[in-house]
Design a protein around this ligand. Structure first.
Ligand SMILES: C[S@@+](CC[C@H](N)C(=O)[O-])C[C@H]1O[C@@H](n2cnc3c(N)ncnc32)[C@H](O)[C@@H]1O
Length: 225
């Protein structure tokens, strides 16, 4: 984690607008889709909350929900805090510095947990999944958004050039080439779709499913404690 923590501390001030640039704004739809999965009045834990995008989307979509957002990067959390204050959402979202591998919460506290583009960054994702399960109540839901490599034989090569070459190149113009190279490498080596479902099941989750978003560049996983 020290390495990924450093990466996100460094990228924090550019994170939101680079996301918008590289995804052509589609990243907002992915988080909206994630927030749609929640039922409403729950107590939600947003892991790897970063600049707070998911927590904010949940608060906007489900006014009765309360979210705790955790992240080890203080720079990301600082930006999240400012956005939450500006939007007057302080009563609905609390933030804390923590890592997914060691959640500072008693067991069975949360109705749901969300994690967008964060599970891949944890040092030990199996331990993280077990930790998330521990803090979810019985029948509590886990929703994960994560990048995937598309499978369509026409789209895949085009996307790979974009993902592995163009994004790091454009990122390097803003001094962030290393971070976007890390994104491509970590996505390629991370278990995807059915393989990731197996890890969710190994961690004790049931009813594990996934669906693909935007031609398979992102997967949305759903699991139940
Ligand atoms: C790509 S950002 C995603 C942020 C946010 N969820 C979003 O959708 O924009 C990944 C986040 O994972 C966080 N992270 C890295 N290692 C972590 C860990 N071990 N536990 C929890 N979060 C971690 C980083 O600090 C960073 O904020």
């Amino acid at each position: 984690m020290p390495e990924t923590k450093k990466i996100f501390d460094e990228v924090a001030s550019h994170y939101d607008w680079l996301n918008t640039l590289f995804s052509l704004g589609i990243h907002k739809l992915w988080r909206k889709k994630l927030a749609d999965e929640l039922r409403g009045a729950e107590y939600n834990l947003d892991i790897a909350t970063g600049t707070g995008e998911v927590a904010i989307e949940v608060a906007k979509k489900h006014p009765a929900a309360k979210t705790v957002g955790i992240d080890p990067s203080m720079n990301m959390l600082r930006i999240a805090k400012k956005k939450i204050e500006d939007l007057n959402l302080g009563e609905k979202i609390a933030l804390a510095s923590a890592a997914a591998e060691s959640l500072p919460f008693a067991e069975k506290q949360f109705d749901s947990a969300t994690i967008a583009f964060g599970i891949r960054n944890t040092v030990d994702y199996e331990l993280s999944l077990r930790e998330i399960r521990r803090v979810l109540r019985e029948n509590g839901k886990l929703f994960i958004l994560e990048f995937a490599i598309p499978r369509n034989p026409v789209f895949k090569p085009i996307y790979m050039v974009y993902f592995k070459v163009l994004m790091p190149l454009v990122g390097s113009i803003y001094g962030r080439g290393k971070e976007y190279k890390y994104l491509a490498e970590s996505t390629a080596s991370f278990p995807q779709r059915k393989n990731f479902i197996r890890h969710l099941e190994n961690a004790g989750f049931r009813d594990c499913r996934y669906s693909e978003l935007t031609m398979g560049v992102v997967a949305l996983y759903r699991a139940t404690r």
